[in-house]
Design a protein around this ligand. Sequence first.
Ligand code: G4P
Length: 529
Amino acid sequence: MDFLEEIERRRTFGIISHPDAGKTTLTEKLLLYGGAIQEAGAVKSNKIKKGATSDFMEIERQRGISVATSVLAFIYKGKKINILDTPGHKDFAEDTFRTLTAVDSVIVVIDVAKGVEVQTEKLVKVCRMRKIPIIVFINKLDREGKDAFDLLDEVEQKLGLKVVPLSFPIGMGYDFKGIYNLWDKKLNIFSGDVKQTVSEGIEFTDVNNPELDEIIGETFANTLREEIELVEEVYPKFNKEDYLNGDLQPVFFGSALNNFGVKELLDCFIEIAPPPQPKTSNIRLVDSKEEKFTGFVFKIHANMDPKHRDRLAFIKVVSGIFKRNVNYLHVKQGKKMKFSSPNAFFAEKKEIVDESFPGDIVGLHDTGNFKIGDTLTEGEILEFKGIPSFSPEHFRYVNNADPMKSKQLAKGLDQLMDEGVAQLFTLDLNGRKVIGTVGALQFEVIQYRLEHEYGAKCSYDNLNVHKACWVEPEDAHNDEFKEFKRIKQRYLAKDKKGQLVFLADSAFTVQMTQDKYPTVQLHFVSEFK
Ligand code: G4P
């Protein structure tokens, strides 16, 4: 297979959902189709379960699992499919945002009874901003849920999508009879015990065919006919280009647990989902078909074994072929590096590979050289864009609780921040360190990991910050900016990259400051140019 064929057959995507909608179950069923796993229950949930163990212990357990589930690759009908794992827990939303920079499309799972939930809204918003192609899978049709049309309306309104159903349910819950697949005009009858089997469906090009009454009964057949008519009247026709541009989102119905509607989803996915896409860098758009290798780090996993400082940096290959033992340029450090044991991922195993293609994820063992967002090339000086930090939601001063271990603390904080666990800000005025996180849980995680992995102890002090605002002066030398810096001195800090940040204590302050200093722009994301 040549280079272009290798690219063309790759599909790299993420599944996003609110916790409990069925992401893990769907992933598992997809892997079953790919023959990558033999039985249900093989994929571990990366969910943070509330329960007997304290939350941060649970996170440690989850961290162990999430190395295994970071990338789940399998082959289906000749296509190489890479599923990138996205944590559903809200405190890890930033991890998911970063992973979304490495996918070419997403599948959104929605629970038919719960409808669109908060976490889904947030994640879909990010996908829409980036124009990522989205397929929606409405799950748990074997349970009572919302009316299909109501749910489609809700998806359009809450998620801001323009949907086109490519399958439609026949009944629901106790009365769930099956699915009519509008994509390939097939009828799939639900028997309730198909969990591990691959149902092929009956060809049924015309729902007006009287045979339908015999198969699902007259009442259901008539309802389906009316509903399909309505679907065809109300929704646009599916158009692949609109889907690829992020302007139209196909919807499938099914039950992941019962393995129902999953094959239809997968068969359509491999046909319409995009192969590896071009990516914007600071100087130009890099096409996946370019022969020279480029890639970037979107995730770092550290210290799975506390005795060894082992870190695994996850690189998405953007263009060219990543080869083992070849020198590549770490652009930010201006340093050449080669890797003797790059890992590729296959189902839940990782193995050393000689070559990886665009769309693939390579795991590189790292001793502290990589940060999230770093770019590797064959020599060209370019950096991929699109991995901004978002303003954290929670802020605390961090103190050294063991003066003998200040070096360990500094190192630990540094590395945890590289990993993207939280963000560190240093106050201009007195050099005090402030940690900002997406969820309150991370403070416990940091304390626990500092102690267990670095032998350092920290304590926190409260700090009233509403948002971190990245500062962009129109003119760094004008009087307005000087005045801003003088008046706001106590609230100014630097992020890890040395960018100036204003720690605002309320939404009101942000507004007031913006009004008072119109030439000093405040941004809630670190990447604004
Ligand atoms: P998540 O990764 O999105 O958080 O969800 P997960 O797949 O873990 O599914 C959440 C719960 O919903 C699980 O039940 C799972 O079995 C159930 N589920 C998933 N798909 C379907 C479906 O199509 N129909 C029905 N009825 N249930 C479904 P659980 O009791 O929380 O976990 P478990 O003990 O079954 O693992």
